[in-house]
Write a protein that binds this ligand. Structure first.
Ligand code: MBD
Ligand code: FE
Length: 309
């Protein structure tokens, strides 16, 4: 194309009008964002010579994404959720907020309000014939002092790689619990060894990943929100050491400090002491929180979540 329509006064004025910049109403932040989105979109259309057919294909794609509730999945898969972590990490370094367990993405599958118990919990409802998992650890500050009364909010997939609530075949809050640490900052839970996650194979996210020549798999992992009064909220996950996708996560959440060694055992005397039979697994993992510089840092960021107030 020889003339760039987007560079003409007429087009510039048109985008100002469409984004509301020529009126006094509305929300200035929304206007600024929409103006930029429109400007960048028309530049993409012109630069890459996007055809009307391609444009309407993209519009339909967004409809499919919404219909399948996969927008949160796509932003994880495109690495944008991890990119936000990279930005927050860089801002933290700039502000001297270093140390402690690193953050990694929340993902799209948290459900608020899981049952709360003191010191220990059982996460699974007993219906999944998976290897039992016994996980425990301590919550500390960055100086190594134990944090009593911290909340370990944990969620994970079953052996099908699916999460309760999003998978309506699972019982309410299956594999989701909140556990308060004891006087020594310790928590422990019994659960099952989760499987990795795979994007719905015929859904719009996987469809796009196919076009990128990428898979939609995550290594087996367990999610955590860790919080304690006076400390910075931590959103993180552990990734299980034995998973083939450990360093090939489609959502880019793996970090060296978050790889948890999973130890399987066939010791049946120990199994009996733990109240199980057969092969079981153990994970020990401690979390360290930074001191909060402001009250707002103690809470998880606002975001629309299932069952969140
Ligand atoms: C998951 O379980 C997950 O944690 C992310 C980030 C994306 C899809 C499924
Ligand atoms: Fe997950």
């Amino acid at each position: 194309m020889s003339t760039r329509l987007s560079q003409t006064d007429h087009a510039q004025q048109f985008l100002e009008e469409a984004s509301g910049n020529l009126n006094d109403g509305g929300n200035p932040r929304t206007k600024a964002l929409v103006y930029r989105i429109l400007r960048d979109t028309v530049n993409i259309i012109e630069d890459l010579e996007v055809t009307p057919e391609e444009f309407w294909k993209a519009v339909n794609y967004l409809n499919e994404l919404g219909k399948n509730q996969e927008a949160g999945l796509l932003v994880a898969g495109l690495g944008l959720e991890h990119y936000l972590d990279m930005l927050m990490d860089a801002a933290d370094v700039e502000a001297g907020k270093t140390g402690g367990t690193p953050r990694t993405i929340e993902g799209p599958l948290y459900v608020a309000g899981a049952p709360l118990s003191k010191y220990e919990a059982r996460l699974d409802d007993g219906t999944d014939a998976a290897a039992p998992l016994f996980m425990r650890g301590q919550v500390r500050d960055t100086d190594g002092n134990p944090l009593a009364g911290a909340i370990v909010d944990v969620w994970q997939a079953n052996t099908g790689g699916t999460y309760s609530w999003f998978d309506p075949t699972q019982s309410e809050f299956n594999l989701r619990r909140r556990i308060e640490t004891d006087a020594q900052g310790n928590y422990r839970f019994r659960s099952i060894v989760p499987s990795g996650y795979g994007c719905p194979p015929t859904g719009p996210t996987q469809q796009l990943l196919d076009q990128l020549g990428r898979h939609g798999q995550r290594p087996a992992h367990i999610h955590f929100f860790i919080s304690a009064p006076g400390y910075r909220h931590l959103t993180t996950q552990i990734n299980l050491s034995d998973d083939p996708y450990l360093h090939d996560d489609f959502a880019y959440a793996t970090r060296d400090e978050l790889i948890a060694e999973i130890r399987f055992s066939d010791d049946q005397q120990l199994a009996r002491e733990l109240g199980v039979q057969g092969r079981f697994a153990r994970i020990d993992f401690d979390f360290e929180l930074q001191v909060a510089a402001a009250p707002v840092e103690q809470k998880r960021m606002q975001r629309v979540r299932a069952l969140e107030d």
